[in-house]
Design a protein around this ligand. Structure first.
Ligand code: ADP
Ligand code: MG
Length: 586
């Protein structure tokens, strides 16, 4: 393998004189401590290396050794249930101290293997050759790596084996025999291939009403969550990790404070999957690269995370990748670029910020896998714009690549209105694609009701602007009624406590029922308004108060009670109209 000699070092960036050939993106070992690095630029008589570990102590003259292969992460059955650093080296769960920097080496893990093929079988690349069960007993498919296929020469009998030991050998088309282990390496910056990209016409359910019913994200879609400090990005991502209908969760803590990440690393292993009651960690991979860990590893961590997500997608799983936060990733990119002496662009970020973001989001997809299954990777990423300014480069470039945009609002968060997603600043561009799914799931009028709610909220904002000038009491009754209805939609539907036993999760049936009863209320209230009933009389109705409390009072197991609530509302409105009719009667 080639070597090079260091002549310049600045933070995570090292320049060296090559003695032999290096490849772009080649993994290297730097200095006596064999720090992990990657070749990021090759000039005529110099290579530039990004080092993923603390470079303190490196000196001119130290040696760089090329690995001959690109920087890669090890994918396999040992991932689920564990916590890793930005380059997928294990951190022991619960050991917050391990979130400190330091050189880590991966050690093989014993895994229960069961063969699914026999010698003589012919397999296509990316298809399963066996099953692996890790410590918690969860079965995972062992797939041939993409690019490797052919006739099975030998396969190991069932038993506990090292995840890195060969368990199967395959003779390829060229006659060469390749040994395959349960785990294999994959270059992080290269997307894993799939047979086809599929359209996304099904939402990734989150259990959050404002998301599923107003701003859905598709399976294989991408959503950005911009929000100022303390607006609830982390709480929202954690809530989504607990409740969203994904088979596998990849949670990337990227550049956030170590204590927050340590909290997550301690909390997650104790949580039960609310829908199956199995430990949530069984289907979760946590990747932690906190603010105190090497900055270059943070830059690499989003590629590690998306590669892990694709690996599970290839097994026919629906994977949700939570990234908290992509701003910290972009800051790492900026810092490394600065050390390289590159010309800065907008906000000091390198000019390639936008294309790097595009490459990352492009890897979210719903696909037909090489093995013929359907799998998906959905990206849900937090953005922390400095001073909450959404016009800054990371937010504005991200907007070009995501189709769902969930803007957290400082005012809502200050009013403790959670989730603090602003209904007028957020959007879901492909919501119409999910109308058929909602129709099949008990809400045939979903698109119409969704539009009704959004219009109501938009009218509310306009009327409130007017009210600030002329005073609320001076508004005509029709506008006061619109405010009453819009506030009800906010309080009874959009507001949802992450900490309420009953309401923290709303399944599609309950969301549909709540949407329908609220829409019925709005229609009845408007009819009553036209008939001369004052908005204040409507606010005093028993049914109005029951609607305000329905999220807390009617849980997932009480869906039929929404029909009773609707019937009671109709009776109460009928009674309300009578005295008015009497007054107008001759
Ligand atoms: P960010 O990550 O945007 O800086 P956090 O997610 O850490 O913000 O939220 C800050 C605080 O706001 C939390 O500690 C919690 O007290 C409160 N909070 C955020 N979201 C919710 C929620 N959905 N329900 C209740 N409280 C919340
Ligand atoms: Mg946070």
């Amino acid at each position: 393998m080639s070597t090079a000699r260091i002549h310049w070092a600045s933070g995570p960036v090292v320049r060296a004189r090559p003695e032999g050939a290096f490849q772009l993106r080649e993994a290297v070992q730097v200095g006596a401590r064999a720090l992990l690095g990657e070749v990021t630029r090759i000039d005529r008589d110099e290579i530039v290396i990004q080092v993923y570990e603390d470079t303190t102590g490196l000196r001119p003259g130290d040696t760089v050794r090329g690995a001959g292969t690109p920087l890669a992460v090890r994918l396999g059955p040992a991932l689920l249930g564990n916590v890793f650093d930005g380059l997928l080296r294990p951190l022991a769960a619960g050991a917050a101290a391990q979130l400190e920097s330091g050189v880590r080496r991966r050690t093989p893990v014993e895994i229960e293997f069961a063969p699914g093929v026999k010698p003589g079988d012919v397999l296509e690349p990316g298809t399963p050759f066996g099953t692996a069960r890790n410590g918690s007993g969860v079965a995972q498919a062992c797939l041939l790596p993409p690019g490797t296929g052919g006739e099975i020469v030998s396969v190991a009998p069932a038993g506990r084996l090292s995840d890195e030991a060969p368990v199967c050998s395959v003779r390829g088309a060229d006659g060469a025999v390749v040994e395959i282990a349960m785990s294999h390496d994959w270059p992080v910056r290269v997307p894993r291939p799939a047979a086809a990209r599929l359209p996304s016409d099904e939402p990734l359910l989150t259990g959050q009403r404002i998301l599923d019913s107003l701003f859905p994200v598709g399976l294989g879609g991408k959503a950005a969550i911009p929000g100022g400090f303390g607006t609830g990005k982390t709480v929202l991502l954690e809530t989504l990790a607990k409740w969203c209908h994904a088979d596998v969760i990849v949670y990337l803590g990227c550049g956030e404070r170590g204590n927050e990440m340590a909290g997550l690393v301690e909390e997650f292993p104790q949580l039960a999957d609310p829908r199956t009651n199995r430990p949530l960690m069984e289907r979760t991979v946590i990747i932690a690269n906190t603010s105190n860990m090497p900055v270059a590893a943070r830059e690499a961590s989003i590629y590690s995370a998306i590669t892990v997500a694709e690996y599970f997608r290839d097994q026919g799983k629906h994977v949700a990748l939570m990234a908290d936060s992509t701003s910290r990733w972009a800051e790492a990119l900026r810092e490394v670029s600065g050390r390289l002496g590159e010309l800065p662009g907008e906000g000091g970020f390198p000019p390639y910020l936008s294309s790097r973001l595009a490459e990352f989001y492009e890897r979210a997809a719903r696909v037909r896998t090489l093995a013929g299954d359907t799998g998906s990777v959905t990206i849900l990423s937090a953005i922390s714009p400095p001073a909450g300014d959404f016009s800054e480069p990371v937010t504005s470039h991200t907007k070009r690549y995501v189709r769902s945009y969930w803007a957290l609002d400082t005012k809502r968060a200050q009013a403790r209105f959670y989730p603090a997603i602003h209904p007028l600043q957020s959007y879901s561009e492909n919501a119409p694609d999910f109308a058929r799914w909602w129709e099949a799931s008990g809400n045939a009028r979903w698109l119409e009701l969704r539009r009704r709610f959004l219009t109501l909220l938009d009218e509310q904002a306009k009327i409130e602007r007017m009210a600030r000038i002329i005073g609320k009491d001076a508004l005509p009754p029709g506008q006061r009624l619109t405010l009453t209805c819009a506030e009800l939609v906010n309080d009874a539907f959009l507001r949802q406590s992450a900490f309420s036993e009953v309401d923290r999760y709303a399944g599609p049936a309950r969301q549909a029922a709540m949407m329908q009863v609220l829409a019925r209320f709005v229609a009845l209230a408007e009819a009553a308004g036209h008939a001369g009933v004052e908005p204040e009389a409507i606010e005093r109705m028993e049914g109005f108060r029951r609607l305000q409390r329905m999220g807390e009072e009617i849980g997932e197991d009480g869906i039929e009670r929404f029909a009773q609530l609707t019937a009671a509302l109709e009776r109460e409105f009928a009674g309300l109209a009578k005295p008015e009719e009497a007054r107008h009667a001759p």
